[in-house]
Design a protein around this ligand. Structure first.
Ligand code: HMG
Ligand code: MG
Length: 297
């Protein structure tokens, strides 16, 4: 059966925007439930300035307490050498670097111009690789920027190319503020898949305007088989006003499995993870499948 790899970003992208601090043990319990559902790639946290992202200030503790499960890889976002040192010290074997295709979002998010970011990330990737780590790359604002509006395809190509040159194994293409629609997704991904191996590209869609799963479908038609999603449909980038949740992992798994694509994830178990974090947060979450199934798990 055709396989799709899901990269769970709920504990990082999902939680980073939550105002009230979630206890470290609850984060670890969530990750444990996610790993138990069959997800093999989980972004557990980020090693960024805690003044910028207070919710993930406990990154080192979360990593220290991660459940070690066979076949599960954990990763964390790192913006610079300090973040990488934190991740290495905590014992991670994989990290992700990130930057934007638009100047204004890059500046707001990591306080650097795009040109200034290349050498910083280049050094981070080199150092991580020299420690035998795997490094993933993110490009944000691929389909639109909250500050600049349209983003030129050339900017996306340039940043993607630089990340691959640095040595990342995959580039995740972010619709940071959930503005993309399937036609644009197809056009943009077709162009990118003509320049880079599509096996090394991932789709990272936010469902801010309800087009997230349709954009996954459009990406599947271009041949992408790697997607990021967040449990419950949690999420958003604090430096992208109006950016709400990532596509929900429950909804993504339901759709893919229904289409005959294998994800390796047990939906019933996944819904338990969604119900857990929904109960901890004390409010309904955007995931439709979670709402439909939570009563039955
Ligand atoms: P800066 O202020 O320019 O950093 O921030 P700096 O190097 O001038 O240092 C200032 C202070 O930050 C110093 O502390 C450093 O030690 C500290 P002080 O001396 O003032 O006490 N510092 C750090 N502390 C902990 N960990 C670190 C670190 N680095 C410096 N790694 C910086 C630059 C990049 C650090 C900051 O802008 C930052 O932390 N940004 C992170 C923003 C973020 O996490 N955004 C959300 C994630 S991206 C996203 O969601 C998009 C994505 O999902 C894809 C998509 O949807 O498109 C990935
Ligand atoms: Mg995101």
């Amino acid at each position: 059966m055709d396989k799709v790899r899901i990269f769970e970003v709920g504990p990082r992208d999902g939680l980073q925007n939550e105002k009230e601090f979630i206890q470290t043990e609850d984060k670890v319990e969530l990750i444990s439930l996610l790993a138990g559902s069959g997800l093999s790639y989980i972004e557990a946290t980020s090693f960024v300035n805690p003044k910028w992202i207070p919710q993930l200030a406990d990154a080192a503790d979360v990593v220290r307490l991660l459940p070690q499960a066979d076949g599960v890889s954990y990763s964390a976002l790192v913006p610079n050498a300090k973040g990488l040192q934190g991740a290495i010290h905590a014992g991670l074997k994989e990290v992700a670097v990130f930057m934007s295709a638009s100047e204004a979002h890059n500046k707001k998010n990591i306080n650097k111009t795009i040109l200034e970011t290349f050498p910083t990330l280049g050094e981070v990737v080199q150092e991580a690789l020299s420690h035998g780590m795997r490094v993933r790359g993110y490009v944000s604002t691929v389909f639109g920027c909250p500050y600049e509006g349209e983003v030129a395809l050339e900017s996306v190509v340039r940043v993607t190319e630089e990340l691959f040159k640095m040595g990342v194994y995959e580039v995740s293409l972010g619709d940071t503020i959930g503005v993309a629609t399937p036609k644009q997704v197809k056009e943009r991904l077709k162009a990118l898949a003509g320049l880079f191996p599509k096996e090394q590209l991932a789709g990272h869609f936010h469902d801010t305007r309800g087009t997230g799963l349709a954009n996954v479908y459009a990406s599947l038609e271009i041949g992408l088989r790697n997607f990021d999603s967040a449990i419950g449909g949690l999420g958003g980038c604090p430096y992208a006003p109006g950016a709400s949740g990532n596509i929900s992992t429950e909804d993504l798994v339901y759709m893919l499995e229904g289409m005959g694509l294998s994800t390796g994830v047990q939906l019933q178990e996944l819904v338990k993870a969604g119900a857990f974090i929904r109960n901890r947060l004390g409010r309904a979450l955007p995931s439709k499948v979670l709402s439909a199934m939570a009563g039955s798990v």
